[in-house]
Write a protein of this length. Structure first.
Length: 276
């Protein structure tokens, strides 16, 4: 059966010279319900991509009964080291709304749905060894590379507190910031602290894009990120890269993507000397 997503492949020349390449699988915005069979099949196939570690930038859920669906879908991928943060739809269920409202500029007002079982999701992911990065830092070692990973809680709900994790990275560590929504206040903080790679989601790549050459154009990002950065890899500064996942799913009330397929990204980190 054909897959219902696009595999995005990006290479970032960012590791110290002489280090072996590291493959990160970055996914976001699954928005799972128990009934999304195609998405469940797609997610189960990701283990075959054989990443060295996995990072999720949130919005696993879209239904109060979807925690088991998430764990079942991730399957063998849970045997790989993983990091995650939460997005707004891990805390609150999506609500029915005018689909054209997604095309409007974000006005900061939030109408929240019913609370979702995020604590159960956190417990289940943690039981498999994945690490919750909401407002925290940790050091990990992947293939001999020391990585300082820091994360924020969801900026879209203003739950983020970069102040709690700010500061220059540990010496001789590769540094990553993981956050659901790529608001400019977080990106500017990452640039100031010389974080090397920022991973986020939330934008759905615009979800509805205008066909264009050579790249389709997003109409919105659902935050203050410029639409030109709504998905894929962007170099923010001399030392800081940003990767925004367009995500796999969407709200069950607006299950529409146009010129913007769901995706998962395999990010290959290579040493600077391998940059071609």
């Amino acid at each position: 059966m054909p897959m219902g997503y696009r595999l995005r492949e990006v290479t970032v020349p960012i590791l110290p010279k002489g280090k072996e390449e590291i493959r990160i699988l970055h996914f976001s915005d699954l928005h799972l319900t128990p009934y999304r069979r195609q998405e469940i099949r797609d997610i189960k196939s990701w283990a075959s991509l054989k990443p060295d570690f996995v990072i999720s930038t949130g919005d696993f859920l879209a239904h109060k009964d979807a925690v088991n669906t998430v764990i079942h879908s991730l399957g063998d991928l849970l045997n790989v080291p993983g990091l995650y943060v939460f997005g707004s739809n891990d805390y609150y269920a999506p609500r029915m709304k005018n689909p054209f409202s997604y095309l409007k500029r974000d006005d900061g007002r939030r109408k929240l749905g019913t609370e979702l079982p995020f604590k159960e999701l956190d417990s289940r992911l943690s039981a498999h060894g994945w690490k919750n990065l909401n407002t925290s830092k940790l050091l990990i070692d992947i293939k001999g590379v020391k990585i300082e990973a820091r994360g924020t809680d969801d900026a879209h709900l203003e739950r983020d507190s970069y102040f709690a994790i700010k500061g220059s990275p540990e010496e001789k560590c590769f540094s990553i910031l993981v956050t659901h929504a790529p608001y400019l206040r977080l990106l500017n903080s990452a640039i100031k602290d010389e974080i090397q790679l920022v991973l986020s989601g939330h934008t759905h790549g615009g979800q509805i894009r205008l066909p264009w050459f050579p790249e389709s154009k997003a109409l919105t990002t659902n935050c203050d990120l410029p639409t030109s950065m709504s998905r894929g890899l962007t170099k923010l500064s001399e030392k800081t890269w940003l990767h925004v996942s367009a995500g796999l799913g969407s709200s069950p009330f607006t299950p529409i993507r146009f010129a913007c397929p769901g995706e998962v990204t395999r990010i290959t980190l290579v040493s600077e000397s391998n940059d071609s």
